[in-house]
Design a protein around this ligand. Structure first.
Ligand code: SF4
Length: 384
């Protein structure tokens, strides 16, 4: 109880203001939790706002085309999350009368929702007393209890039990049904939306403590509200950084004029590709095909533990932002490299790029070269 009281006092005074906090719409909580999987808070905020502008309700998401959902997700990465969110919305509308299930056990049955996300939605949106154990919470509990990180099933079960033991009992006070519906604009089961929510607030406070105070490398123990209750107080073993890989990548920027419109050549990734299936990207080139040609753009693009050093080769001079100084022979070589395997290539008007499901890298290149409006959203993978 002492732990909870101190934690909540600190949280109320220090919680970051985020667009998915203080809301009463389970659909919005769900969208935020899916976006936050493996993605930094700062990177999610703009995408969250834009996504909900495009799909303000669960029904509007269910009725959308997958390509439009992916376009709204473009640049956020881990695109399977968007596909599964969309599929789940359709399932909820078709099979569950449009009601998002209110318990972690039921939420777990939906595509794309694992144990962590189910607990987060059930506690934050519906007040269920079920502990969320993400990387932040895990770190806080291990340091509080002075235990070393272990990956065994028994160790993980013990962690979950400890997190659950810290949880307040479910004391959610619910909005009257009509008020809840009016506030949410989407369907809610009777008395399902909490007005006061100790369980949801506790989970968010634990995650906030890990994200802002009990940091991975240099925890701010002096500012920690539960310092007196912590067995390590910063005397922890710093986890080793995952090794980084560096890979070179070359791709082609090919532009052409068609009347007043400018078109760019894009490649559609196969629908069964292991990563980013059915997304559009700039056609890749074998590194050996570019020889000593000078690229129009060099950039670094980081995805998890890999740094891609990308070189963009521009074949034609169509806008002031691109250049092609290549000889005819070099241009032919690039064209040949492009047609050497079976690819699905498509000329696309640059004016319609924003509505396409582009990979984060393609979006970044097109924005850098001012072929696409950069004002819309920046990729969370921007790290160079
Ligand atoms: S005292 Fe330090 S190590 Fe312990 S929980 Fe607080 S921030 Fe983490």
């Amino acid at each position: 109880m002492v732990f909870r009281r101190r934690l909540m006092k600190w949280y109320r005074a220090n919680a970051r203001v985020l667009p998915w906090r203080g809301i009463t719409d389970p659909y919005r909580t769900w969208v935020s939790e899916i976006m936050l999987q493996q993605t930094r808070v700062a990177a999610v905020i703009d995408y969250y706002n834009e996504f909900l502008r495009r799909f303000p309700t669960l029904v509007s998401l269910a009725l959308a085309e997958e390509e439009d959902v992916l376009a709204a997700w473009s640049g956020l990465g881990y695109y399977n999350r968007a596909r599964l969110l969309h599929k789940s919305a359709q399932f909820i509308v078709e099979e569950l009368q449009g009601y998002l299930p209110p318990s972690a056990a039921e939420l777990l049955t939906l595509p794309g929702i694992g144990e962590y996300t189910a607990a987060a939605i059930a506690s934050i949106a519906f007040g269920e007393s079920v502990a969320v154990v993400d990387g932040n919470v895990e770190r806080v509990i291990l340091r509080l209890s002075g235990r070393a990180s272990e990956t065994t099933a028994a160790a993980r079960a013990q962690l979950r039990a400890q997190a659950q033991a810290l949880m307040p009992k479910s004391t959610a006070k619910h909005w009257p049904q009509n008020q809840a519906n009016a506030r949410r604009g989407t369907k809610a089961k009777k008395s399902s939306v909490p007005m006061e929510n100790a369980a949801g607030d506790h989970n968010q406070a634990m995650m906030e403590l890990g994200a802002t105070i009990c940091l991975v490398r240099a925890p701010l123990c002096r500012e920690c509200p539960v310092r007196d209750l912590c067995l390590t107080r910063g005397e922890h073993v710093t986890p080793a950084r995952a090794p980084q890989r560096s890979l070179p990548l070359a791709c082609l920027l090919d532009l052409r004029k068609r009347g007043p419109a400018t078109e760019v050549l894009l490649e559609l990734r196969p629908a069964d590709a292991a990563v980013m299936p059915a997304m559009y990207e700039l056609p890749s080139l074998p590194i050996e095909s570019v020889g000593t040609l000078e690229p129009a753009l060099r950039l670094r693009h980081s995805i998890t533990n890999t740094n891609y050093y990308v070189q963009v080769y521009s074949l034609r001079r169509h806008t002031s932002a691109t250049r092609s100084n290549y000889t005819l022979a070099a241009a032919k070589r690039l064209h040949k490299a492009l047609s050497s395997d079976s690819r699905e290539l498509k000329w696309t008007r640059t004016a319609s790029l924003a509505s396409l499901p582009l990979t984060g890298l393609a979006r970044k290149i097109l924005q850098r070269l001012q072929i696409m409006d950069a004002a819309r959203l920046l990729s969370p993978q921007e790290s160079d």
